[in-house]
Design a protein around this ligand. Structure first.
Ligand code: ATP
Ligand code: MG
Length: 259
């Protein structure tokens, strides 16, 4: 099995190199190249249907096995192309975690939600309780749930469920965390907590977040990509992209601000 290492590229966690995604004859992503700097937050914005979620799915191989799907180009993690045949998908997902728009807790206890994936990824039994506690502390949930770890995760509020899902993804210590509109189904207070949490991950985890909120992108990200019709029409320092004079980019950013 191929081991994944990024040490050989100390500044970059993931590099997309001319990535295209087709489903049947339909091109969903068209020749996308971008780098995710290690330990930084990169945001991805763009109109509905422009391919943002599809791009995240490419990065942890969620298209594997879907009929009529073809991924071209490369996704480099260090010197390893994640689409090379010998790379095991479970290894990819232990390094690259994902959080979805709607919270997706398992219908199990709060404790088991985090302990189960830890067990799957080979954590020793003796360290599981400690790592569950530490993951819950990272997302600020420990004080809220420490007295009810054996209750079903489905008894938590939406915002708590989403923080539990982030804790679950972080517990296996991924290098990269993909977040697909992680706060859009939540109330403003829970949204702020998620944004603060994303900022607190800086330096330890590389984050790629899709959002429809430009103010959120501006607040949490250092790099910003704009995807329109499956093409990356802008990518760079967040402030520079917001200041872009490029017609397509400026039109998207200004129209979106009004709405
Ligand atoms: N499994 C699939 N099969 C075929 N086409 C798909 C599939 N999933 C997504 N698409 C198409 O790919 C395009 C991009 O969809 P995607 O969900 O990535 O957009 P998005 O930018 O995340 O949109 P939104 O902001 O609404 O979430 C759309 O035209 C969508 O219909
Ligand atoms: Mg989407």
């Amino acid at each position: 099995m191929v081991e994944l290492k990024t040490e050989n590229r100390p500044m970059t966690a993931l590099r997309l190199d001319h990535v295209s995604l087709r489903v049947g004859k339909h091109t969903i992503l068209n020749d996308v190249s971008m780098d995710l700097p290690k330990g930084r937050v990169t945001a991805l914005v763009g109109p509905s249907g422009s391919g943002k979620s599809s791009l995240l799915r490419v990065l942890n191989r969620l298209w594997d096995g879907v009929p009529r799907v073809r991924v071209d180009g490369s996704v480099w993690y260090g010197d390893t192309d994640l689409y090379a045949k010998r790379v095991d998908v479970s290894v990819v997902r232990s390094h690259i975690g994902m959080v979805f728009q709607r919270p997706t807790p398992f219908p199990k206890s709060i404790f088991q939600n985090i302990a189960l994936p830890l067990g799957v990824y080979g954590a020793a039994r003796s360290e599981i309780a400690g790592r569950v506690e530490s993951a819950l502390k990272t997302v600020g949930l420990w004080d809220e749930v420490s007295g009810r770890l054996n209750q079903s995760a489905l008894t938590l509020s939406g915002g708590q469920q989403q923080r539990l899902c982030i804790a679950r993804a972080l517990a296996v210590e991924p290098t990269v965390l993909l977040m697909d509109e992680p706060a859009s189904a939540l109330d403003p207070k829970s949204r702020r907590r998620i944004d603060e949490l994303i900022l607190s991950l800086k330096d330890t985890v590389t984050v790629l977040i899709v959002t429809h909120h430009l103010d959120e992108a501006r607040q949490v990200s250092e790099r910003l990509g704009v995807l329109v019709n499956g093409r990356l029409v802008a990518f760079g320092e967040t402030d520079a992209v917001f200041a872009s004079q490029n017609d397509v980019v400026a039109r998207y950013l200004s129209r979106h601000d009004e709405g």
